[in-house]
Design a protein around this ligand. Sequence first.
Ligand code: CMP
Length: 364
Amino acid sequence: MTVIELRRMLDPDERELRARVFRLLHHAFLIIGVGVAIEDTARQQPFPQEAMTWITALVALFFFGEWLARLATAPTPRHYLFSFNGLIDLAAAWCVPGALIAGVAPGQASVAGMVWSLKLIRHVSGFSIVGRVLKNELGTLLSVLLVFAMAMLLASTAVYLAESAGQPNTFGSLPAALWWCVVTLTTTGYGDAVPVTVVGRVIAGMVMILGIAILAMLAGILASGFAAEIRRRDFLNNWEMVAGVPLFRAQGAAVIAEVARRLRPKRLAAGAVLMRKGDPGDCMYFIVEGEVEVAIEPEPVRLGVGAFLGEMALITGAPRVATVTTRLPTQFLILDIADFRELAGRHPEMITAIEAEAARRRGK
Ligand code: CMP
């Protein structure tokens, strides 16, 4: 296997068979390794200890080999070594061998394998969104956390003053009152410390309500941050796909941006039915990848990248005139009827081009 082939096999976005098989093995090893680490700490073990140790060794060897392969195939090994994923791979490769070198008994070294769970970060695309949302919302989040910290300090001081005399064991110091405050503000409420004075209870009530308000604020900030980030990502993905459709490319950047906001992507496997003859039509499709077959008489017609379909039902209001099936895995962009009408008002020239093609197809 060449270096380039090996690099492709390790690429988490690669779709070729070898890369898929590698990912399958990787995830299987990860689940088994973490499972063994959890199981190894149980008092009653259903499997013999020796077998567990061998499995841990095998998983550790796999992740060590993966780290070496990534290091050897990285375009700039130094950059990989100190990158976020590189550091996780390094930790995953060395956690169990490191524990053994440090003198931990083989039966207990497997617990270090919990580090392997971090390796999933590379394979979950949503994690990069989490990072970006936290970065975008850092200022707002920090101000809420600051309110949280101030409320905690003031409330714990007040409850300490109110309760320390009567309950020296639970509220006898500020750190103890701070612990109570964190447990109450986060709405956890272990019940290990409970104010008994009237003032203490009034403070507790205010802290509980404040806790809910602060958590709601944090949830709101994160939810709107996620929604904005996902919209931005979809817009960028759509932009690239829309710009690949000749009809839109001809209209220029402003139209592409407007259309990209309205279209939603849809992917179908080969052989799937996109629409059936006689169905009502409430959207049209643009093909950005793949190929479809339109079942019309006397000969079926194939439409490929850049073509559009489903426009006739939108123009005439009549049901679909043909059944359409995908011949290859196909990526579509969908334009809903409401957006079609709105675009028709704003960019009549674009809709005229679609209507001209529909008329040509009808005349065939
Ligand atoms: P619609 O009638 O909404 O749904 C079926 C679609 O098949 C139709 O719109 C057209 O987009 C497409 N279609 C129908 N006839 C032809 C043709 N002769 N050539 C290419 N596409 C066609």
